[in-house]
Write a protein that binds this ligand. Structure first.
Ligand SMILES: Nc1nc2c(ncn2[C@@H]2O[C@H](COP(=O)(O)OP(=O)(O)OP(=O)(O)O)[C@@H](O)[C@H]2O)c(=O)[nH]1
Ligand SMILES: [Mg+2]
Length: 308
């Protein structure tokens, strides 16, 4: 196909050709459409890809209706973390500790039989955490890790560092961000623990050593998760009210890189042009009560006041 696609496109195409099932195929096809060159001579080719995607979607829909999927529909809401790992690594116990969900936790293998969702709340920001049958289970959900924004990859420290090496290869294909969670630290001697931490450091891994059981290291993990979400919290207030008053309310949560206009749009829904003046106090401001324009980039914990 002489469409002059970039190297990225061919990488994605390779994944598409090697995909194991319909969900994975659909994912890579969507990526191919995104990465395909956007010029006149490739229009026909892109149209063809889109037809192919439509057919796959219909096929997936049919097989779900026929009940072969059996997956309960989980709706992706906001930012989504997906727990992934081998059986007994402690995914379900971790979900219990990080969210309101109450999944079954068991000493036996493959306790978790279906997808379960919990709500994670940290520093005023909410996210979804999804637990599902372990790698190696017949119920393992092949498409779920593709939809994730970030994977929480559980390594059971009982099995040593080799489990990390094994998992690394298995999860390479997922485009999501990855946070490594080295669990069951309570079962290691302090010497083993020290060596483990050194290896994590020398591999420059983004991760935390935790014990879901003893609730050790969970704060570090939560901070990492929060950081990976790349959000900013912005407080809004009415003119005349104090910053303390504004900060007592729930913040607005936006993607990093958002500007004052995005904040205004969220409140005024399509009427940000009504804003006559904006005053800002906080990390992105040079001084208190600074007058800023709609294109001013907000930072975490800014307080914004609109005059309409
Ligand atoms: N000592 C210790 N035990 C843990 C820890 N985390 C989990 N466990 C235990 O490990 C076992 C497995 O935990 P689960 O959370 O059910 O594991 P899973 O990864 O969900 O595994 P599946 O059975 O495949 O669903 C349970 O007996 C837990 O109590 C930990 O940090 N320390
Ligand atoms: Mg489980």
């Amino acid at each position: 196909m002489p469409i002059n696609a970039g190297h990225e496109f061919y990488e994605v195409e390779k994944n598409y050709l090697g995909a194991q099932d319909v969900d994975e195929k659909m994912h890579w096809l969507e990526e191919m459409i995104k990465k395909a060159p956007k010029h006149k001579s490739s229009e026909h080719f892109v149209a063809e890809l889109k037809t192919r995607l439509k057919k796959l979607r219909e096929k997936a829909e049919k097989s779900k209706k026929a009940g072969s999927g059996g997956k309960k529909g989980i709706r992706k809401e906001g930012y989504q973390f997906v727990l992934i790992g081998k059986t007994n690594s402690g995914k379900s116990l971790l979900l219990r500790k990080l969210t309101n969900a109450k999944p079954e936790v068991g000493e036996g293998m493959f306790t978790t039989k279906e997808v379960i969702v919990g709500t994670f709340e940290y520093e005023g920001v909410k996210a979804q955490i999804v637990d599902s049958p372990s790698i190696g289970s017949e119920n393992f959900d092949k498409s779920l890790p593709f939809s994730a924004d970030c994977l929480l990859v559980l390594v059971n420290l009982e099995n040593g560092f080799k489990e990390y090496e094994e998992l690394k290869e298995k999860i390479e294909k997922y485009p999501a961000k990855k946070i490594w969670v080295f669990n069951k630290a309570d079962l290691l001697s302090s010497d083993e623990l020290r060596k483990g931490i050194e290896r994590i450091k020398s591999n420059k891994l983004m991760g935390a050593v935790v014990s879901a059981e003893d609730e050790m290291g969970l704060d570090v993990l939560k901070q990492l998760m929060f950081r990976e979400m790349e959000v900013v919290r912005v407080y809004t207030k009415e003119p005349g009210k104090s910053d303390e008053f504004a900060r007592a309310k729930e913040p607005m949560v936006l993607k990093q890189g958002a500007c004052v206009r995005d904040v205004a749009e969220k409140i005024l829904k399509g009427f940000s042009n009504k804003v006559k003046e904006t005053r800002l106090t906080g990390p992105s401001g040079k001084f208190v009560n600074q007058k800023v324009g709609l294109e001013h980039k907000v930072k975490d914990l800014d307080v914004v006041e609109f005059h309409t």
